[in-house]
Write a protein that binds this ligand. Structure first.
Ligand code: HEM
Ligand code: NAG
Length: 326
């Protein structure tokens, strides 16, 4: 009888072991090798955040761009002497330097603990720093899965086709996110990241100055907001000018982004389409009316984002300098 039971138990447990073997990330991955990793990262990130707010949106967007291109392997941090790395692509050149600097500083803080030196991957430090910045600007605190290894490859040419464009429609967004096992709800919750941070005028100027056939404003854009955007971003604006993406609470991680969408104040077409397309509208309305529901969905989604294409076990390496392979 005992024997029979253990056979039954192993049949039930075997698939569970197999399922977890494919993910291989765990919340307590550094419990024995660097038990203070979370507080070391937290204080470095907090110090950097106290110096500049851009730490928050810069780090959050950096994590997204890392994970969507070759997986969450810190490939976005690698520098190329001939400017051929991911960070040299058109899209990644607009990543805020303060995001990179946050990871470099947190890595230095971690490595300054003799127990931790060269034990924690840059990919994990970016994942932890992302959690910390979200929390510092009023977002949820959540446990971060760890155990990622750092990648060895970063190529400029791989970026363009792997990141969503601000002109994407719902099908294009869903297709790209689904290719990383992220659902439409995950995609909508993650888009809520646009509740903080900045955009350069050129990324949405087609919506406020459409010169063909006439000097037209995108009809899905709130007219008053569009006129405000025209003032912030005049026709021949300095391309370095960037404006807040959330016109109401630009420095708080809240559900204002979704309330803005209800009023036609989504900055990009890819934001506004979430409200105008009837398939995603109910989720936008839910998140707009229930901040807790948004934050919960965001935690689920960013945890799934953090699993995309990860290297684990003896794949890749633990980079000593986040900007170059060992
Ligand atoms: C859904 C498709 C998405 C599109 C089309 C998109 C596009 C963009 C664009 C064009 C910018 C402005 C960049 C600039 O001009 O400097 C931006 C900024 C930003 N995005 Fe997204 N994004 C998307 C999803 C996400 C996701 C999933 C996240 C994170 C979870 C994210 C986080 C951010 C942040 C925080 C900023 C502000 C960066 C800063 O202030 O430095 N975005 N995004
Ligand atoms: C950052 O600023 C806050 C609020 O002023 C302060 O409580 C905190 O100790 C500072 N953190 C660091 C690491 O400097």
């Amino acid at each position: 009888m005992e024997n029979q039971n253990s056979i039954v138990v192993s049949f039930i447990l075997l698939p569970l072991f197999l399922a977890s073997a494919s993910a291989q990330l765990s919340q307590n991955f550094y419990a024995n090798t660097c038990p203070n990793v979370e507080s070391l990262v937290r204080s470095a990130v907090e110090k950097k955040f106290n110096q500049t707010f851009i730490t928050a949106p810069g780090t959050l967007r950096l994590f997204f761009h890392d994970c969507f291109v070759r997986g969450c392997d810190a490939s976005v941090l690698l520098a190329s002497p001939t400017n051929q790395a991911e960070k040299d692509s058109a899209d990644d050149r607009s990543l805020a330097g303060d995001g990179f600097d946050t990871v470099i500083k947190a890595k230095a803080a971690v490595d300054s603990d003799p127990m931790c030196t060269n034990k924690v991957s840059c990919a994990d430090i970016l994942a932890l720093a992302t959690r910390d910045v979200v929390n510092l600007v009023g977002g949820p605190f959540y446990r971060v899965e760890l155990g990622r290894r750092d990648g060895l490859i970063s190529t400029k040419t791989s970026v363009n086709s792997h990141l969503p464009k601000p002109g994407f429609n719902l099908d294009q967004l869903n297709t790209m996110f689904a290719s990383h096992a992220l659902s439409q709800t995950d995609m909508i919750a993650l888009s809520g990241a646009h509740t903080i941070g900045f955009s350069h005028c050129g990324r949405f100027s087609n919506r406020i100055y459409n010169f063909s056939p006439t000097n037209r404003i995108d009809p899905t854009l709130n007219l008053q907001y569009a006129l405000q955007l025209r003032q912030l971003c005049p026709v021949n604006v300095d391309p370095s000018i960037a404006i807040n993406m959330d016109p109401t609470t630009p420095q708080t991680f809240d559900n204002a982004y979704f309330m803005n969408l209800q009023q036609g104040k989504g900055l990009f077409s890819s934001d506004q389409i979430l409200f105008t397309d009837p398939r995603s509208k109910p989720t936008v309305n839910l998140f707009a009316s229930d901040n807790a529901a948004f934050q919960q969905a965001f935690v689920t989604a960013i945890t799934k984002l953090g699993r995309v294409g990860v290297l684990t076990g003896d794949q890749g390496e633990i980079r000593q300098d986040c900007t170059r392979v060992n």
